[in-house]
Write a protein that binds this ligand. Structure first.
Ligand SMILES: [Fe+2]
Length: 491
């Protein structure tokens, strides 16, 4: 196991270097960029109250009756900021004093305000204010919709980005800036999603499938590759973060996504509802579970029975057993069936598959979403396959014969009813390397005409649930659909 771990960490380091080719900041640039560039700035007349908004507000932990708003300012003197909010952007009748959280960066303040007692399925607007000056907000760009009540069969829609964390360094010479050819791929892919989505509200939010900030998940990596890249969406679209193996900088992930001090460290005694590393949430008739196979497992242990991992698995089983929602979606950065630039037969994810696939079967998980492999792959509705690709038995393991493109996949409720496994790790670019022959995966027509059980280009994935129907779309960087499916679940 120790050897496996070393091999895996070496693979991670390789991926980190590869990500530089995609335009990630170099270590030297990162060193110089310790103080993040402001996304907006307001300087007041009195220097004692001068303040900059260093990280635009972002929304986490959406619930039918609340949400947490996080943002970053320069070092603040005097009273904390205030969030003003309400259902009319011109009448923000409610207010709440923000609390400061410990920060992973120097000379800044990280703030949180958790709004409660909100009405489900309702549009809210907010503004951030300091010393009676509005830092931002009071408009459409600073708004959110609370989800439907738990169990309601209304549409909940998500955008999923895996391995998105690349952005070119801002620390470039004027000549380099002039020679640049345009936005980096994550921005192009984001724009493609906007074209495809055509203004439909992402009522569920943005699902981060891990590796959100290359190469090391440092505070400045997150600032450039995540918060500045997606800032225009994050102030009005809640997000659900998942750790990845590039979260190598101790403490940053927790500091970015915690809503209180109990959520700062990966090894919390009690996961609880505020824990950002692994957690669950109910949105309409969907139950979302996000796991942490990295900070809580690989980084910290070499044994399968390591306490934090066992605690996470015990929590997962308890959570699945208590779940009564129509749809169950599970997010885990590492795929357990894959044959792109990651191959699940290399031994590194055997333990994950041995543990997670039987649980997925036992509790009838519908959709198992992962990243890490920089491709798109989608499985048939399968159950009961816990070994390598050689152990796959189509007769036994496939629970519905169709691929779901023309006619929906029909799934019954209950144990061993089958799960669709989706990998999408190409939100910063795709990789053509790999066998693309995993038998659980559905064949796809690629642009180069080569037959593959997967798609090699860049892109992202959207899905929605609406009553008993789930629909999924893999789209390329231009927003063109490259694969789509639907599933009907009969209870
Ligand atoms: Fe990864």
């Amino acid at each position: 196991m120790e050897n496996d771990r070393r091999k895996f960490l070496a693979q991670t380091a390789t991926l980190g270097l590869s990500s530089l080719a995609l335009g990630t900041a170099t270590a030297a640039a990162e060193e110089k960029a310790k103080v993040p560039a402001p996304s907006a700035a307001i300087a007041l007349a009195d220097p004692a109250y001068a303040i900059e908004l260093r990280r635009a507000p972002y929304l986490v932990r959406l619930r039918p009756d609340g949400v947490s708003i996080r943002w970053r300012t320069g070092r603040s003197q005097g009273t904390p900021p205030v969030v003003r909010y309400g259902t009319d952007p011109d009448q923000l009748t409610h207010s709440l004093l923000a609390s400061e959280l410990p920060s992973a960066a120097k000379d800044v303040c990280d703030w949180v305000a958790t709004l409660t007692s909100l009405t489900p399925n309702t549009m809210y607007y907010y503004a951030l204010e300091l010393a009676s000056v509005t830092l931002c907000g009071g408009d459409e760009r600073h708004s959110f919709r609370t989800p439907p009540p738990v169990g309601a069969a209304e549409t909940v829609r998500f955008w999923c980005i895996g391995d998105s964390g690349s952005n070119r360094s801002r620390d470039v010479t004027p000549a380099m800036a002039v020679q640049g050819s345009g936005p980096v791929m994550p921005v192009v892919i984001r724009n493609g999603m906007k074209k495809f989505n055509a203004g439909k509200p992402l009522t569920g939010g943005i699902l981060l499938l891990g590796d959100n900030a290359y190469p090391t998940g440092s505070d400045s990596n997150y600032q450039s590759a995540f918060f500045q890249t997606y800032g225009d969406l994050l102030s009005s679209t809640p997000m659900w973060p998942c750790t990845g193996n590039h979260d190598l900088t101790e403490g940053v992930f927790g500091h970015n996504f915690a809503v209180d001090k109990t959520g700062l460290k990966a090894e919390a005694d009690d996961a609880g509802e505020h824990f950002p590393f692994y957690y669950s949430a109910d949105l309409g008739n969907l139950h979302l579970i996000v796991l942490d196979p990295w900070q809580n497992w690989w980084v910290r242990n070499t044994e399968h029975n390591h306490k934090p991992w066992r605690r996470q698995m015990e929590w997962l089983e308890k959570d699945l057993a208590a779940n009564k929602q129509h749809w169950t979606v599970l997010v885990n950065h590492f795929p357990i069936y894959a044959a792109g630039n990651i191959d699940s037969d290399d031994g590194l994810t055997d333990l994950l598959r041995a543990e997670l696939a039987p649980l997925s079967d036992k509790y009838g998980v519908d959709l198992f979403l992962t990243g890490h492999d920089h491709t798109y792959q989608r499985s048939f509705l399968i159950a009961g396959n816990y070994g390598t690709r050689k152990t796959f038995d189509r007769e036994k393991n496939v629970k519905f014969p169709g691929d779901g493109r023309e006619q929906p996949i029909v799934k019954q409720a209950g144990p061993n009813s089958g799960t669709v496994y989706v990998i999408h790790g190409a939100a910063a670019g795709g990789r053509p390397h790999g066998a693309f022959d995993h038998p659980v995966m559905i064949p796809m027509k690629n642009k180069d005409g080569k037959p593959r059980n997967g798609w090699v280009g860049p892109g992202s994935f959207l899905f929605e649930v609406e009553g008993p129907t789930l629909r999924g779309w893999a789209i390329d960087e231009a927003g063109k659909v490259i694969d789509q499916f639907s599933m009907e679940k009969r209870v």
